[in-house]
Design a protein around this ligand. Structure first.
Ligand code: PLP
Length: 343
């Protein structure tokens, strides 16, 4: 007897029914994402589409992410912490909140990314890098007849009163890096004198590191302390924004990634981690109009990525400023002497 048409179609039908079941079997992954929303979203959809793994993603600044992972440590809900400045990742490593994992793809990375892994005992890894600096709205400056700020010292001049924003260093890794950078340039006491003077010119300390620049783009604020590599993306959207690499020198971030210790979806976390270090995954930053330097040596480097050879970079001490006690101490001093004390 010939098999009926319906019997022939059955395996195909079963396969199509089985496909969603297989995808569900791939499980899920919970990510805290520390880069900008467009990049987070591309990472989420691309990884999910290629693996069938359901990705739940929440965006957090570096300080907030560290606080959440610390609060969840007895019962972790997060599997991977993707992106954001390196210091809080190092602090999480020191506090044993993250897992040592040596990805086979680590050998695809630039030296500074590998160094980030080595100094944390492989509990974190560098995924991109970029310099800290000053950004300003050229139209607002012209309207107010103000010169463009080129140096850290410019930001404390009286003509910029109420014109400057920096993020709140408690929630933002960017602002913590700004404080640590100034401490390394001038010494700690002088840096706090500077921060007190800066406070007089600050209109607001937004929660997120990208907040001050967004406000500059939208004409709600004139000058931002932020990432030089974030400026080309704003220019692409037509905003009248320029950046300056501070004349005294500046720090740079090694944006990092870590797996949470006790992650419930550990196999998926490792799969994601390995994938995130590949060149195609690293190029998603550029696809999202982000201009950090990718850690993977084979990933495309856009001409708009800041050329650090033309920027006076300090030798940022990641080991020292990546320490939990140092972060706590500097943040307490900032709260006491600058944010609370000077009000
Ligand atoms: N946004 C971008 C594009 C970044 O590169 C980084 C740092 O890696 C951040 C935000 C950091 O955010 P936050 O300062 O809120 O911790």
């Amino acid at each position: 007897m010939k098999p009926s048409l319906s019997r022939l179609a059955l395996p195909a039908l079963l396969a199509s029914v089985a496909a969603p079941a297989l995808a569900a079997d791939a499980g899920s992954l919970n990510i805290i994402c520390g880069v900008q929303a467009e990049w987070c979203s591309l990472v989420q959809t691309t990884f999910s589409r290629t693996t069938g793994i359901k990705v739940n993603l929440v965006a957090k600044g570096g300080g907030e992410a560290l606080a959440q992972i610390s609060a969840e440590s007895a019962n972790p809900k997060t599997d991977v912490w993707f992106g954001g400045t390196g210091d809080p990742h190092l602090q999480a490593a020191e506090k044993d909140l993250t897992l040592a994992y040596q990805s086979p793809n680590i050998n695809l990375l630039r030296d500074w990314a590998v160094n980030q892994a080595k100094q944390s005992g492989y509990k974190t890894v560098g995924i991109y890098s970029g310099p800290l600096g000053i950004a300003y709205n050229t139209e607002l400056l012209a309207k107010k007849k103000l010169a463009a700020p080129l140096c850290w010292t410019d930001l404390i001049q009286p003509q910029y009163k109420g014109e400057v924003q920096m993020a709140n260093p408690n929630s933002s890794g960017t602002a913590y890096m700004a404080i640590a950078t100034l401490v390394q340039i001038t010494g700690e006491d002088k840096a706090f004198e500077y921060l007190k003077a800066l406070h007089k010119n600050i209109s607001q300390y937004p929660r997120s590191g990208s907040g001050p620049l967004k406000n500059v783009s939208h004409g709600e604020n004139t000058i931002a302390v932020g990432w030089i590599h974030d400026v080309p993306g704003e220019v692409m959207q037509g905003f009248p924004v320029k950046s300056a690499a501070p004349c005294e020198g500046t720090g740079y971030e090694v944006g990092s990634m870590s797996i949470v210790k006790g992650a419930r979806n550990l196999a998926n976390a490792k799969k994601f981690y390995d994938w995130a270090l590949t060149a195609p995954a690293q190029e998603l930053g550029l696809a999202a109009k982000q201009f950090q330097l990718p850690a993977n040596t084979a990933a495309k480097v856009d001409p708009r990525v800041p050329d650090v050879k033309r920027i006076k970079l300090i030798n940022y001490d990641f080991a020292k400023y990546g320490k939990a006690a140092e972060r706590k101490r500097l943040l307490e001093r900032w709260e006491k002497e600058v944010n609370g004390g000077a009000n």
